[in-house]
Design a protein around this ligand. Structure first.
Ligand SMILES: NC(=O)c1ccc[n+]([C@@H]2O[C@H](COP(=O)([O-])OP(=O)(O)OC[C@H]3O[C@@H](n4cnc5c(N)ncnc54)[C@H](OP(=O)(O)O)[C@@H]3O)[C@@H](O)[C@H]2O)c1
Length: 433
């Protein structure tokens, strides 16, 4: 029990009793004594809520007050911390979070979509009320990456933050490779396994991972969340040929998020990239997440773990709740919201080598024409491979030396005019990791 001379219990109101909410209730019930020992006070749930009261959620709920309306739950007098686990960038999650902060409550959320769109407003609101708004669970599930950036690495000037932050995409890409199965079949498999969001484009279109990247960039660079300037490209166009041929050249394809502060401004990309097979990112299998953080003093730090699921995500929610119970009151994005600067978006990505997969008509001089077009655009070839073929077109892979995306686009346009291409070329960035 709580020390009688210490603070009273910390009272939680939990809105949303789905995967994450149920997980949080379970940890609080199972670990009550440990949580009290670690924080010096009891952490108790006073009220919970979801859409349907009758659903069997596999957890004891009878001892808590019930509220259907998240706003009513968020503003109850017997709630100190509103735990928002409903989801969605607008609607009840946003309304209840605003109401809780206005009422001077602290808020813990796992909602990356809401923060990617309204993070600055909510952080300012929290600070104007002396409340805290925390979101460890919103980025990379159980991996404590928000804490790593706001606390462990706070003495560094960060230069780059990278990561594979959507387990579903990594599952699809690694399953295509291990099973030799095409994208559509693996997508259907992922849907059957319940791995996809209700709107699958949030996953495979890179939007969910883009939300997470925008939040990490804000903390890393002290800038306002700028999701609108994240370049997004999904994995829908990745073919089994790309995967096997990239592997042949020593690479694996990942939906990789990169946020980088450059002299040209803030670069934020969530796009399919090639990474060396031997690198930590290249070794990442299945639904696991990985975040790579680079700072001037610390160098490179790699965090790897479960990016989603009941236990890992609830574990991250609890870390924020525990901070509040201990009296640790950090700014949402690691520094006061009004001091976050508006980042100038970089107008072009940092130069990189590229992987090109093209199909050429099988006739003399075809390859020479492509090499000329690349040379004219100032792009030099690092490696090239031509594959056996039985039909009238030949698959060719080219790895370029470092070049700009603009030069590459000039070359791609030039290739289209040569008359020797069959179909559209595939061009993927090779990220140096
Ligand atoms: N699942 C993960 O692995 C994971 C990982 C990281 C972050 N997150 C984030 O965590 C949040 C919750 O995700 P989840 O997977 O737990 O979602 P979920 O399983 O769909 O649960 C959502 C919960 O919210 C309740 N709810 C929905 N609309 C409501 C409304 N209008 N009023 C009251 N309650 C409402 C639902 O009630 P009913 O149960 O009655 O329908 C349900 O209990 C989201 O922001 C998500 O992005 C999830």
């Amino acid at each position: 029990m709580t020390n009688p001379t210490g603070p009273g219990p910390l009272r939680l109101g939990i809105a949303g009793l789905g995967t994450v909410g149920t997980g949080v209730v379970k940890i609080i019930q199972r670990q009550a004594a440990r949580l009290t020992a670690r924080t010096g006070r009891d952490i108790v749930i006073t009220a919970v809520g979801a859409r349907s009261r009758d659903k069997d959620r596999g957890v004891r709920l009878g001892e808590y007050e019930w509220e259907n309306d998240p706003v009513a739950l968020a503003t109850r007098d017997d709630v100190d911390v509103f735990v928002e686990l409903v989801g969605g960038d607008t609607g009840p999650a946003l309304e209840a979070t605003r109401a809780a902060l206005k009422a001077g409550k602290d808020v813990v959320t796992a909602n990356k979509a809401m923060l990617a769109h309204h993070g600055q407003e909510l952080a300012e609101l929290a600070e104007s009320k002396g409340s805290v708004l925390r979101f460890e669970a919103a980025v990379a599930g159980g991996i404590p990456v928000v804490k790593a950036l706001t606390e462990g690495l706070a003495g560094n000037e960060m230069s780059r933050v990278m990561g594979v932050m959507n387990g579903t995409c990594n599952y699809i890409l690694t399953r295509m490779e291990s099973g030799g199965i095409g994208y559509n079949a693996v997508f259907a498999e992922a849907a059957d396994l319940g791995y996809l969001e209700a709107d699958p484009n949030l996953d495979v279109g890179g939007i969910d991972a883009g939300h997470k990247l925008a939040l990490l960039a804000a903390i890393a660079f002290g800038t306002r969340v700028d999701f609108d300037n994240v370049t997004l490209e999904g994995i829908q166009r990745i073919s089994i040929d790309d995967i096997t041929q990239a592997a042949d050249m020593g690479y694996r394809i990942k939906l990789l998020g990169v946020a980088q502060m450059t002299a040209r401004g803030l670069e934020q990309r969530m796009t399919p990239c090639l990474v060396p097979t031997a690198s930590p990112l290249g070794q990442l299998e299945g639904g696991t997440n990985m975040v790579v953080l680079e700072g001037d003093s610390v160098g490179q730090t790699v965090l790897r773990g479960a990016g989603a699921g009941m236990g890992p995500t609830a574990s991250a929610v609890l870390s924020d709740v525990i901070d509040i119970a201990r009296g640790t009151r950090l700014s949402t994005f690691g520094q006061p919201a009004h001091t976050l600067t508006v980042a100038k978006p970089a107008n072009a990505p940092t130069p990189a080598p590229f992987y090109l997969r093209i199909r050429l008509q099988d006739k003399p001089g075809a390859l020479a024409k492509i090499a000329t077009v690349l040379g004219d655009a100032g792009i030099s070839i690092d490696r090239m491979r031509q594959y056996d073929h039985k039909d009238s077109s030949a698959p060719v892979l080219i790895v370029t030396h470092k070049t700009t995306r603009d030069a590459l686009d000039v070359a791609l346009a030039g290739m289209a005019g040569t008359g020797v291409l069959v179909g559209d070329p595939v061009a993927l960035r090779i990220e140096e990791v």
